[in-house]
Design a protein around this ligand. Structure first.
Ligand code: NAG
Ligand code: NAG
Ligand code: NAG
Ligand code: NAG
Ligand code: NAG
Ligand code: NAG
Ligand code: NAG
Ligand code: NAG
Ligand code: NAG
Ligand code: NAG
Ligand code: NAG
Length: 550
């Protein structure tokens, strides 16, 4: 026992010493975090005083925007949208336990400096610096073994310049990478294909050139690809068909050439395929029609050709089909009429022939239909507005004939109607002139005839009306029921009678064309109330009297 006492008092002493050491260690550790964060606070401007409780004297874990772990270490800094300006002090990235940093949506400027990290390993998993005005190169260090825990990296919408570093492929845990909306140049490094855990990749809105990495198919976890608004060229790599989890593929506004790859067939989860504004050519590969989950297919503004297959019937979930501004030939497939969710169908500026499928709209959910500038013949189907939500009906510059269907008279959802430059005949459906939401009605350049003053005009939203180049006759109506009319073109018809005094109440009208009719009598003084007039055409009528002084 005698010998034991000193031992046990020694161990007690050791214990107390250790305890004090630990306390000290902990508080100096905490003190280091305090100093680092206060140094960040000092480096920025905080106009909303969000950091007012960041004081040396108060507990760091209670500071606004700071979250601590159970052991009182700072592990998350959430300071999005605080109107901070100034430069980010690099001390922010030296906090030893921090896993999440969000400084998005501020006005931070300058470069990110991470030089001290050359040997350290950061626990950082989430870094969001998006929507600031950060400049300089993407920090090389960020793409090194030091940041191997990074899962989410959002540097989008800044002013980062230079190339995408080759080391980008070294981040083994990355799931989410957004470096879109910067001024990055050069090629997409092939090493990016090493990011096999990446699910979300945005490089959109930069100035990237060159080809999409041929081995992109290695990035097996990818669900979302956004490469739009760059200058990427060459063909879409075939291996893209190996990205079996892909949900969104967005390659719009690039310089891509060649065909759509047949390999797309295997992308059974694909819901959004956007390749508009490129230089793609050749036909739509039949494999596209195997993508049964497609919700939106946009191939517009390319040089694609060939026919649109009846196999489109497979795309039962399709809501938006944009194939405009290509060189598609053949007929509009009948099977489009049996896509129950189809809302937007835009096939304009192609070389399509034949009739508009007779039941189009009957079993669809059409809100926008634009088939303009093709070579379509036959009647306008009765069923287009069966959805009750058709808003845009645009069929101009075809060779459509027959009457404007009466069914459109009850289509109260219509806003924009452009049927000009066809061969439509008959009279204007009576109740069409009572539709409350139409702001544009252009039916010029047809063979329409009959009176228009024999019904009520009550088009409250109307801004533009053109009946020009038809064979309408009789008197002009005194009003169109709209105080918003800006552009009224009734020229090149057979209208007769006086210019109605009511036209003086068109207070917004800028363009008024009544030329080439059989109007007679005086120019009514009231016209001078139309203060916004820029263009006034009354030529080739039988008007008499004097030109109003005002
Ligand atoms: C914070 O307080 C410690 C002493 O508790 C002091 O050493 C340190 O200089 C202070 N830091 C600042 C930025 O005021
Ligand atoms: C922190 O403590 C809570 C309960 O006190 C526990 O549920 C949680 O798992 C702990 N978290 C960590 C990261 O240890
Ligand atoms: C942030 O700053 C801008 C001007 O720089 C100001 O318009 C805006 O109101 C500020 N936001 C808040 C929440 O004060
Ligand atoms: C980054 O922050 C922005 C703005 O606060 C937010 O919209 C975006 O979703 C965040 N990114 C990630 C990956 O969480
Ligand atoms: C971003 O910074 C640049 C200079 O680095 C400046 O010209 C530009 O106006 C800034 N933009 C915003 C939105 O603050
Ligand atoms: C992918 O990573 C491996 C190992 O780090 C490396 O050898 C290879 O060159 C990388 N691939 C590319 C395309 O950079
Ligand atoms: C693409 O390149 C063309 C020609 O060099 C250039 O005019 C255009 O601005 C570039 N677009 C982008 C998004 O970089
Ligand atoms: C776009 O592609 C064409 C070849 O189709 C090429 O000549 C041109 O340089 C490319 N433009 C850019 C900006 O890459
Ligand atoms: C598509 O999948 C089938 C089997 O599911 C496979 O045989 C074929 O090679 C795949 N094609 C591509 C381009 O990956
Ligand atoms: C039709 O479209 C409307 C929205 O425009 C939507 O709410 C509705 O769910 C659609 N119906 C079907 C069957 O897709
Ligand atoms: C236009 O209508 C008038 C009668 O209003 C008729 O005499 C004439 O033949 C028609 N012209 C055309 C081109 O249809």
């Amino acid at each position: 026992m005698a010998k034991a006492a000193p031992t046990s008092s020694k161990s007690l002493f050791m214990f107390i010493w250790l305890f004090i050491f630990m306390l000290n260690f902990n508080s100096s550790q905490g003190q280091e975090e305090v100093e680092l964060l206060l140094s960040f606070k000092a480096s920025i401007h905080d106009p909303l005083h969000f950091l007012s409780n960041w004081l040396n004297s108060s507990s760091i874990c209670k500071w606004h925007g700071i979250t601590c772990s159970n052991s009182s270490n700072v592990n998350s800094i959430m300071l999005s949208s605080k109107n901070f300006s100034g430069e980010i002090s690099s001390t922010m990235f030296q906090l030893p336990y921090v896993t999440n940093i969000d400084l998005s949506n501020n006005k931070l400027v300058g470069e990110i400096k991470l030089n001290h990290y050359s040997s350290l390993s950061s626990p950082l998993r989430y870094l969001n610096l998006s929507n600031n005005n950060l400049t300089g190169f993407l920090p090389q260090t960020l793409f090194s073994a030091s940041f191997s825990n990074l899962e989410t990296l959002d540097l989008s919408n800044n002013m980062f310049s230079g190339v995408i570093p080759n080391q980008i492929g070294l981040l083994p845990s990355l799931k989410y990478l957004d470096i879109g909306g910067n001024v990055l140049v050069g090629k997409i490094p092939n090493s990016i294909t090493n990011l096999t855990t990446l699910q979300y990749l945005t490089l959109a809105s930069n100035q990237l050139v060159g080809e999409i990495p041929k081995d992109i198919g290695l990035m097996k976890s990818l669900k979302w690809i956004y490469f739009g608004y760059n200058n990427l060229s060459d063909e879409i790599p075939r291996s893209i068909g190996e990205l079996y989890s892909l949900n969104h593929l967005d390659l719009v506004y690039n310089n891509l050439t060649g065909p759509l790859p047949e390999s797309l067939r295997n992308l059974t989860h694909l819901q959004y395929l956007f390749v508009y504004q490129n230089k793609l050519s050749g036909p739509i590969p039949l494999s596209i029609y195997e993508l049964r989950n497609l919700v939106s297919l946009d191939l517009s503004y390319n040089s694609l050709s060939g026919e649109i297959s009846e196999l489109v019937i497979n795309l039962q979930r399709l809501e938006i089909l944009h194939l405009f501004s290509n060189s598609f030939t053949g007929k509009i497939p009948k099977s489009l009429t049996s896509l129950p969710r189809l809302q937007v169908l835009q096939l304009w500026s192609n070389k399509l022939i034949g009739e508009i499928p007779q039941e189009l709209g009957k079993h669809n959910n059409l809100t926008v239909l634009d088939l303009s500038s093709n070579n379509l013949i036959g009647n306008i189907p009765d069923s287009l507005c069966d959805s009750g939500i058709l808003y845009k009906l645009i069929l101009f510059s075809n060779a459509l004939e027959g009457e404007i269907p009466n069914s459109l008279s009850s289509c109260t959802s219509l806003g924009r109607v452009r049927l000009q430059d066809n061969k439509l005949s008959g009279s204007l459906p009576t109740d069409l002139t009572k539709l409350p939401h139409i702001y544009m009605l252009d039916i010029s350049g047809n063979k329409l005839y009959g009176r228009i003053d024999d019904r009520k005009w009550n088009m409250k939203a109307l801004q533009m009306l053109s009946l020009a180049n038809n064979n309408f006759s009789g008197n002009l109506p005194n009003t169109f029921g709209s105080a918003k009319l800006e552009d009224l073109d009734l020229s090149h018809n057979q209208f007769s009678g006086y210019i109605p005094h009511g036209f003086g109440s068109l207070s917004e009208v800028m363009q008024l064309k009544l030329s080439n009719n059989n109007l007679y009598g005086n120019i009514p003084e009231e016209i001078c109330l139309c203060k916004k007039l820029v263009v006034l055409e009354f030529s080739h009528n039988h008007l008499t009297g004097h030109i109003p002084k005002t």
